[in-house]
Write a protein that binds this ligand. Structure first.
Ligand code: SF4
Ligand code: SF4
Length: 413
């Protein structure tokens, strides 16, 4: 179907029963199977055991600061975009115990924990075997986000050992998007809506048949492990008509996408416009809540905390997600480097779309739209970039750059 089709594995067909068989086969191979499911009026990623746990017949309405589940007219299993969760919460957990230290007689016993998946209460063994994750329903933008986090955690001088173990064992079942979300812009970022690499299997859900039957999937293998698993499942062969229908699904999704981000020369544009008045305008709207960084599938910043028990016999170091929108994040002796919302928003956006290219050779944005949907005041990253692109070279008033005391050089506290 694409250049990513695994050698000698022509596209196959699975139905909903076959998809349950796939989920069960992964569970039988000791994978913890995670997929989309409805909880608390949202589609989130959690443990699933069969297609019955998938959001059949649901879709999501998304707009800046708006998210709402709505009923579809069919029973499509993947007829929605991305929700507040991303796969980052499994590969790079929000809370991770790095190590514990216990009083041991006259000495101290040190136990490293970062090779495990979670900082939970039973996580005591340094040599605990990490869980293997199987992710069902990974979208193209999310595959790109995982690839970006791979560069951050695995490709530099320091490899994150916990991430490396979780990532090494992950089995990824991608799903090509059949419907663009209201805030998506992956097509303009060249990160979707079709999965082209980084998966073991990729599914395209075909539209419901004339009799209303849903749940027919064209399946493409992207790795030896995917081809091996597919070979063990009862499946049909995809006909040329099935493959054409799968292509049409993705093409229609790309056409539906209402947002774009123009990325030509974006790094230079942003780095040349650090005093653009737009930063003050968006800073005035921004609540510094950090939602955008929490939902973003690529944001990776963390802080560490040390805790001791009340008896003083055990201490632990825990790593937690942090956000560049907090004052603490840039706290150096005596104060925060970025004291204003304006400075913090500018830091986030310019790091994501420009600084990451310097650091990691890639943009930090995959166009998933989560930061737009989950921003309580509806700040839209595509709109902010477009505003700066529309008036490059605009600057804050003369003299404003001095004496603001926060290092952002804009005259605002
Ligand atoms: S910056 Fe926004 S649109 Fe881009 S990857 Fe992060 S959450 Fe998605
Ligand atoms: S841009 Fe929106 S989501 Fe991000 S910190 Fe500001 S108010 Fe919160």
């Amino acid at each position: 179907m694409t250049s990513s089709s695994f050698a000698h594995s022509p596209p196959a067909m699975l139905d909903a029963k076959g998809l349950t068989a796939l989920i069960q086969a992964l569970a039988a191979r000791a994978y913890r199977v995670i997929g989309p499911t409805v909880r608390d009026d949202a589609i989130v990623y959690d443990d699933i055991a069969s297609v019955d746990d998938l959001p059949a017949g649901w879709t999501d309405y998304q707009a800046p600061g708006r998210y709402e589940l709505q009923r579809r007219t069919d029973q499509a299993l993947f007829g929605f975009a991305v929700g507040p969760h991303s796969w980052k919460q499994f590969l790079h957990p929000p809370v991770e115990r790095l190590f514990t230290v216990r009083k041991d007689g006259e000495g101290l016993a040190f136990a490293e924990c970062s090779a495990s998946n979670e900082a939970n209460e039973s996580n005591e063994a340094a040599d605990r075997v990490p869980q293997k994750f199987a992710f069902i329903g990974v979208r193209a933008c999310e595959l790109n986000a995982i690839a970006i986090q791979d560069r951050v955690f695995l490709a530099g001088a320091w490899v994150d050992r916990g991430y490396a173990l979780r990532r090494r064992d992950a089995f990824i079942v991608a799903v090509n998007c059949s419907q663009a979300g209201g805030t998506c812009f992956c097509a303009s970022m060249q990160t979707g809506p079709k999965a082209t690499e980084g998966f073991d299997l990729a599914l395209t859900e075909l539209p419901a048949a004339a009799d209303g039957t849903s749940g027919r999937f064209v399946v493409e293998a992207g790795s030896a492990a995917g081809a091996d698993l597919l070979a063990q499942l009862a499946h049909g062969e995809a006909t040329p008509a099935d493959i054409d229908a799968a292509h049409a699904v993705v093409a229609r999704t790309a056409q539906q996408m209402g947002r774009t981000m123009q990325t030509d020369n974006l790094k230079t544009l942003l780095q040349d416009n650090l005093r653009h008045p737009r930063w003050a305008e968006v800073g005035d709207r921004c609540l510094s809540c950090g939602n955008c960084t929490m939902v973003c599938p690529t944001c990776f910043c963390t802080t560490v905390e040390d805790h001791t028990d009340l008896a003083g016999t055990t201490a632990e170091r825990v790593r937690k997600w942090d956000s560049c929108f907090t004052l603490d994040f840039s706290w150096l002796h005596g104060g925060s480097v970025r004291q204003s919302g304006e400075a913090r928003y500018r830091q986030w956006l310019t790091h994501k779309l420009a600084g990451w290219i310097d650091q990691f050779g890639t943009s930090g944005c995959v166009g998933c739209g989560r930061c737009i949907t989950w921003c309580p005041v509806g700040i839209d990253i595509t709109e902010e970039v477009a505003a700066i692109r529309a008036t490059p070279g605009a600057t804050t008033p003369a003299g404003a750059a001095n004496g603001d005391g926060n290092g952002d050089g804009n005259g605002r506290p």
